[in-house]
Design a protein. Structure first.
Length: 224
């Protein structure tokens, strides 16, 4: 099964790279991580307990990083043990865009017999949710570690993953479009996607209002 996607972070490629190579940071941001132990250079023994279907269960294996080109690219390979046969390979690209870093990931994942009866779309959706949680955790860690840099980037109007802030100490109430977006999970927890959906809903609302006015105009009696 092929998996690919992107995620935007408010940090430089160097800062993101340092986090992805730091064993203690990975311990904090990987969903369900129980153990991560370095056994060789760029090689880790990992144990992850997942609670959500269809991946529910304990996964253990060896994670190996290769083809490291600081701070923009590396490859990774995951080999599971016999009890939880899982195999995955992929590549990570860190692309600098203005004052943000876009992570582009692409790879293949094989989960063994436990998921043979499931539709590929379900497996792919669950895998993307796992990655979404991982990158959200990374974004939160970066915000705590480099708060000054994040504040500067917010002021320049860069694409934001964090909540919008008005005057200090005053949190604006959510708009009707934000409530709809979050109620129906249109952005899957990604603030960047939620903002895009809010913009779409706002445009649809304006178009609907315009069409209503046109329709109303055709129903009004004409003055002779």
């Amino acid at each position: 099964m092929n998996i690919e996607g992107t995620y935007t972070l408010q940090a430089s490629p160097g800062q993101v790279w340092q986090c992805l190579m730091d064993q203690q940071v990975l311990q904090q941001i990987i969903p369900g991580i129980e153990r991560i132990e370095q056994v060789a250079t760029h090689c880790f023994q990992v144990s992850v307990q997942l609670k959500n279907d269809p991946f529910q269960g304990l996964y253990q294996g060896q994670l190996t990083l290769s083809e490291l080109h600081y701070p923009y690219h590396y490859r990774l390979t995951l080999e599971g043990d016999e009890e939880a046969p899982i195999h995955g390979t992929g590549s990570i690209h860190l692309n600098s865009q203005e004052q943000t870093t876009v992570i582009a990931y692409k790879g293949t994942l094989q989960l063994g017999k436990r998921t043979l009866s499931l539709k590929p779309s379900i497996i792919k959706g669950a895998a993307k949710l796992f990655l979404q949680q991982l990158f959200s955790g990374l974004a939160a860690y970066l915000q705590q570690t480099y708060p000054t840099e994040v504040a500067k980037k917010q002021a320049t109007g860069s694409i934001l993953l964090l909540s919008e802030v008005a005057t200090p100490g005053v949190v604006p109430p959510p708009s009707i479009f934000q409530k709809i977006t979050q109620s129906f999970h249109l952005g899957h927890g990604d603030r960047e996607l939620e903002l895009l959906w809010e913009k779409r809903l706002r445009r649809m609302s304006m178009l609907s209002g315009l069409l209503f006015l046109v329709w109303l105009g055709t129903r009004l009696p004409r003055t002779r």
